[in-house]
Design a binder for this molecule. Structure first.
Ligand SMILES: Cc1cc2nc3c(=O)[nH]c(=O)nc-3n(C[C@H](O)[C@H](O)[C@H](O)COP(=O)(O)OP(=O)(O)OC[C@H]3O[C@@H](n4cnc5c(N)ncnc54)[C@H](O)[C@@H]3O)c2cc1C
Length: 391
């Protein structure tokens, strides 16, 4: 490390940590960003689908073209009972190449003044003493103790750091998803679409995906389901079985797995001179499990609030609570609604799920909503009432 003390120390150089480090550095603070792995962004444990390029670029500035694999123009969902959803939406999202995207984000942070150090694992964080917390960082050369006025845990789903400070960020069955991504040679499905298989005929408490990385001529094929106590098969076996069933000729290049928090935002994720962002704070979309965009958004919101705290001379727990409320307003409340929809959809028996898929199909593909409503008033009203009553 170049210094022994910094204004902000960010733990973890995923999308959340790098955006946070870049933004606080831009705002004039000294920043250290540490990453335990030797190579930022590798190995990739992700399906790599994200939001629209416009949204990414309007928020974070131009994205380097080599980080974009595919511009997506729609979604195809194989649903139960042969009810499939074919939704054309030009520029609905992009496929990223995270092996390039994550280091590129860290490089932006570095270019704006943050110090970035790899092979550096945060092991512990002290209580506040004289306006600083001290982080013990394990490196190949030994352990270093670095002081910072503000610590940010962007250490992903396996976050230990929050737990060390007494934050309940453990993952529980039913609100955590276990997923496996299998990189397959060639493009298996429509090259500018995300393709999903969901419902009782496939995986009901999750879904199967096929996401095309066109430039690399690779498909991210994968599956994820909610962790439950009654599972009798692991997700890797399930994903490989589905790959064999759907694409018997597919050539597997690599298999990676991981957990995704789908519980909605952690309500308690700050302490004095400490906050958590991204997967560590459960910022992921609870229906899709997508967390890249919300991790970056959390990083950006957190950086602005930390800057306000520095300006006000107040990095107390009470002051930093505004981070939790801002994240709730900006995406957490939306995630709560989405989570209710997920529980509702997965809770339907097969006939009812088929009826729901038919209704969604009519609304998505049927043009004017009022016409669809006039055609199917009873089914629409009955599902709306069931949903409103659903707890
Ligand atoms: C199988 C699978 C498929 C997925 N598919 C998608 C998808 O298609 N689209 C999408 O948007 N999201 C997807 N996700 C979720 C997405 O990967 C995460 O939401 C996203 O990476 C969160 O970013 P983050 O910066 O919070 O955490 P991460 O990207 O996990 O970064 C955390 C970083 O912290 C480092 N770290 C951890 N502990 C320490 C420590 N003690 N000291 C130093 N460094 C540390 C880690 O090495 C890591 O680099 C998927 C997840 C899985 C598991």
């Amino acid at each position: 490390m170049k210094q022994t003390q910094y204004d902000v120390l960010v733990i973890g150089a995923g999308p959340a940590g790098s955006v946070m480090a870049r933004d606080v550095a831009r705002l004039g603070h000294t920043v250290l960003l540490i990453e335990k792995r030797a190579r930022i962004g590798y190995p990739v444990r992700c399906g790599e689908a994200s939001t629209t390029l416009d949204q990414l670029e309007n928020t974070y500035g131009p994205i380097a073209p080599e980080c974009i694999e595919t511009v997506l123009n729609g979604l195809f969902v194989y649903g139960p009972g042969g009810i499939n959803l074919d939704v054309t939406r030009p520029n609905v999202g992009v496929m990223l190449n995270r092996e390039k995207f994550d280091p590129w984000l860290a490089h932006l942070a570095e270019a704006d003044g943050a110090e970035v150090v790899v092979n550096a694992r945060a092991e512990s964080v002290s209580e506040v003493e004289n306006g600083f917390r001290t982080v013990s960082i394990v490196m190949p050369t030994g352990t270093e103790k670095i002081k910072a006025k503000m610590i940010v845990a962007a250490d992903g789903i396996e976050s230990r750091i929050g737990r060390l400070l007494g934050i309940k960020c453990l993952h529980r069955p039913g609100t955590t998803c276990t997923g496996v991504d299998i990189q397959v040679e060639g493009i298996l499905t429509k090259p500018d679409y995300l393709t999903f298989w969901q419902g009782h005929d496939f995986i009901n408490d999750g879904y199967i995906w096929s996401f095309p990385k066109v430039k690399s001529n690779v498909t991210n094929f994968g599956a994820g389901f909610l962790v439950s106590s009654k599972q009798d098969s692991d997700i890797q076996t399930v994903a490989l079985e589905w790959l064999k069933k759907l694409y018997p000729e597919a050539k597997v290049k690599s298999v990676v797995g991981g957990l995704v928090p789908v519980s909605g935002n952690l309500k308690d994720c700050v302490r004095e001179r400490f906050l958590m962002i991204g997967d560590a704070a459960h910022h992921t979309n609870p229906l899709t499990g997508g967390g890249i965009a919300s991790a970056m958004r959390g990083g950006q919101i957190g950086a602005a609030i930390i800057h306000e705290g520095f300006m006000a001379g107040d990095l107390s727990e009470k002051f930093l609570r505004r981070f939790e409320t801002t994240c709730m307003k900006r995406f957490g409340n939306e995630h709560k609604k989405i989570m209710k929809f997920r529980r509702f959809l997965l809770g339907q028996n097969r006939p009812s799920q088929i009826a729901l898929y038919k209704l969604i199909k009519a609304y998505l593909e049927g043009g004017q909503r009022i016409k669809v409503f006039l055609k199917k008033p009873c089914t629409t009203v009955s599902f709306i009432l069931k949903f409103l009553r659903f707890r």
